[in-house]
Ligand binder design. Sequence first.
Ligand code: NAP
Length: 246
Amino acid sequence: MRTAVVTGANRGIGEAIAGELAARGLRVVPTSREARQGFVTLDVTRADHVAALAVQLAGEGGVDVLVNNAGVSLVGFDERVVRRTLDPNFLGAMHVTDALLPSMRPGGRIVMVSSGLGSLTGVRGELRARFEDPRLTREGLVALVEEFPRDVAAGVHERHGWPSSAYRVSKIAMNALVRVMARELEGDPRRIFVNAADPGWVRTRMGGRSAPRSLEHGARTPVWLALLPDGGPTGGFFRDEHAVAF
Ligand SMILES: NC(=O)c1ccc[n+]([C@@H]2O[C@H](COP(=O)([O-])OP(=O)(O)OC[C@H]3O[C@@H](n4cnc5c(N)ncnc54)[C@H](OP(=O)(O)O)[C@@H]3O)[C@@H](O)[C@H]2O)c1
């Protein structure tokens, strides 16, 4: 039986993804930031939680699907808000993925629940070219994203091409991570695919009541990416099961 880990599975789109994967016959390990019955406790910003989950899954024989769904959209815009957004949305997703990758079985699938707001159209000039550079490495990406809170603190982020939104940059960074990781995994004999999903605007605590999409609709593309057949794709960005431009 295939095993799927879903972060932030206690509510919203994550809960819908976990439910749908279970309905498709996968063994789902739902995780939640707060301790609650039936969930593995995983605050994606906590290294001890991430390490414990990795040990647990390795002991259980590995993982086939990882859905990095946990995320926040905070009010306000300053260096603190930026760091409190990047930590779960970008760095958390990256650390969880890195921790589970060694025990990922052949044919593994990694899904990043991103956003249409993660489009590179939000980034201007030379900065955009740096994100799009096909030679961008993991270290290079982390260093590039780290410039954002520093630029915000120094009051120069707009001049340097960044949007004035912590959430947007966190998803732009997550999308860039998908491209970098797909390149990193190119030679891996396990043929693991990594892709980003834009769920659309969904009725959740984050999306609000007036969002047009149901939870089921929002979960559809992440679930599709979690169950991709051998042929791929990998390293892409998808909405409604179709590739969209980064
Ligand atoms: N709703 C939309 O319209 C929309 C659109 C585009 C993208 N998205 C993305 O879809 C994903 C799910 O969002 P949603 O709409 O379902 O939002 P939501 O209802 O606010 O759920 C967010 C989930 O993430 C969890 N979470 C937040 N920080 C965490 C952390 N540090 N560690 C572990 N879990 C954490 C929350 O846990 P708690 O319950 O403990 O807070 C909750 O389970 C997010 O990545 C979001 O950016 C949503």
